[in-house]
Design a protein around this ligand. Structure first.
Ligand code: QV4
Ligand code: CA
Length: 410
């Protein structure tokens, strides 16, 4: 599970994805995952759950509860489409030493058995997704070999809802539903309907968890983000790819064209969109977006792009917060895309804050960069104010205001 700091609830308007932070500091994925030794402890081992126990290399349940109480605006990335990869044999190579047998689809700590997976519904010979043009495959087959849970079963979606409610009772405020594209929208809904209201120790009576669904839709596939709008917010991946193209002035794009940014560019309705420039996948070549995705590696353009998001009223904004990794191997070969968080012999390093407010120990902390931090503060102030007073020089100089609070002639 990844945790997302929701700086958003009910008064503010942005989320920070504090990718791989340690729970003692502020954030970590809470539930137990497989331990991958080859490559050595990749960041993505956390997307392979083996139980619902809150226990990972980033912390145990006590540390997680302490962090949630200190933060009381934490979101959790819920991995509910699958368990770990099918290729892993029986054993206890997991962050809390729970026994599992992936080859037998046996996860006694949950418990899940072979009956709780979709294999009977997948029609491909490999059991994996082979063709993204076949909507049933995308939902019923294994994504990268990850054992696919049968969410249509009452036992499975109740087990998932119980786990998410345990997190809500601890004080968690919301969820990113990982790989939502690989679940039928109608199987996600009963889970969301079973979720408790937020804990009234921190939230008003009747507050609902903030939920968004990860659906990568750049167009051209039968599975569309619009299939999921009935469940709540959905990631709008077109946003980051298009904004990167504009900031890079590729394909004849220029900032003056941002005048009708949002639905005018074919994006989903603003009140359903979760928007961002990059995420933990496409900043390292996973998932979607390609070369136009701007990241902290392109600092100047990145600040322009991430600074524009909070200024514009479209969507609900998320800011990435990353760690540094050796992007390319010494010989310049392949993209080094698997390296896990800064660590001392596998123990995630703490996030240190320098005198100049930047982070140390290999953490990038884009969310603390002055231009980004200030623009999120701006967004909180002008929240609800309309887009106003657009000006451009028909090229790459633009200005905009927000109602009466955030004017470019202020
Ligand atoms: C390999 C083979 C399989 C084989 C399997 C056998 O590819 O064919 O059957 O071994 O076990 C890792 C490895 C991958 C491996 C897999 C299972 O990279 O090679 O399969 O584990 O062992 C992250 C990483 C993946 C990683 C996965 C699980 O990106 O590389 O796979 O975690 O550890 C699509 C989806 C979208 C998804 C995106 C990446 O629509 O939902 O791809 N994004 C989310 C998360 C992402 C995560 C997952 C989904 C899966 O943001 O971080 O994938 O939880 O676009
Ligand atoms: Ca699925």
């Amino acid at each position: 599970m990844k945790l997302l700091l929701l700086l958003s609830l009910y008064s503010r308007t942005a989320i920070v994805h504090l990718f791989e932070w340690h729970s003692v500091d502020i954030i970590s994925p809470p539930n137990e995952n497989i331990i991958i030794d080859n490559p050595s402890r990749p960041w993505w081992e956390r997307y392979q759950p083996v139980s619902c126990k809150i226990c990972t290399r980033s912390g145990n349940e006590g540390e997680f509860q302490d962090m949630v109480m200190r933060c009381n605006n934490v979101g959790v990335e819920a991995i509910i489409n699958h368990m770990c990869g099918s290729g892993h044999s029986a054993g206890t190579s997991s962050t809390c030493e729970s026994y599992y047998d992936a080859s037998d689809r046996d996860f006694p700590e949950v418990p899940y058995s072979g009956w709780d997976f979709k294999d009977g519904k997948c029609q491909t010979d490999s059991g994996e997704i082979q063709d993204y043009d076949a909507a049933a495959q995308v939902r019923n087959c294994r994504l990268s070999g990850l054992l696919d849970l049968a969410l249509e079963k009452d036992y499975v979606h109740t087990t998932i809802a119980n786990y998410m409610n345990h997190l809500i009772d601890i004080g968690v405020a919301g969820f990113r539903l990982d790989a939502s594209k690989h679940m039928w929208p109608e199987d996600i809904k009963p889970i969301l309907d079973k979720l408790n209201n937020l804990n009234t120790n921190w939230f008003a009576e009747g507050s609902r968890p903030f939920v968004y669904q990860e659906v990568i839709d750049l167009g051209g596939e039968p599975v569309s983000s619009t299939d999921y709008l009935g469940n709540g917010r959905v990631t709008e991946f077109k946003y980051g790819t298009k904004l990167g193209t504009v900031m890079c002035k590729w394909n004849g794009e220029k900032m003056a064209y941002l005048k009708n940014w949002g639905e005018g560019w074919g994006f989903m309705p603003s009140d359903r969109a979760l928007v961002f420039v990059d995420n933990h996948d496409n900043q390292r070549g996973h998932g979607a977006g390609g070369a136009s995705i701007l990241t902290f590696w392109d600092a100047r353009l990145y600040k322009m792009a991430v600074g524009f998001i909070p200024a514009h009223p479209y969507g609900f904004t998320r800011v990435m917060s990353s760690y540094h990794w050796p992007r390319y191997f010494e010989d310049g070969s392949d993209i080094n895309d698997w390296v896990g968080p800064p660590n001392d012999n596998g123990v995630t390093k703490e996030v240190t804050i320098n005198a100049d407010t930047t982070c140390g120990n290999g953490w990038i902390c884009e969310h603390r960069w002055r231009q980004i931090r200030n623009m999120v503060a701006f967004r909180n102030v002008v929240n609800g104010e309309s887009f106003a007073n657009w000006w451009d020089n028909d090229s790459n100089q633009v200005a905009l205001g927000r109602g009466n609070k955030g004017n470019n002639d202020d």
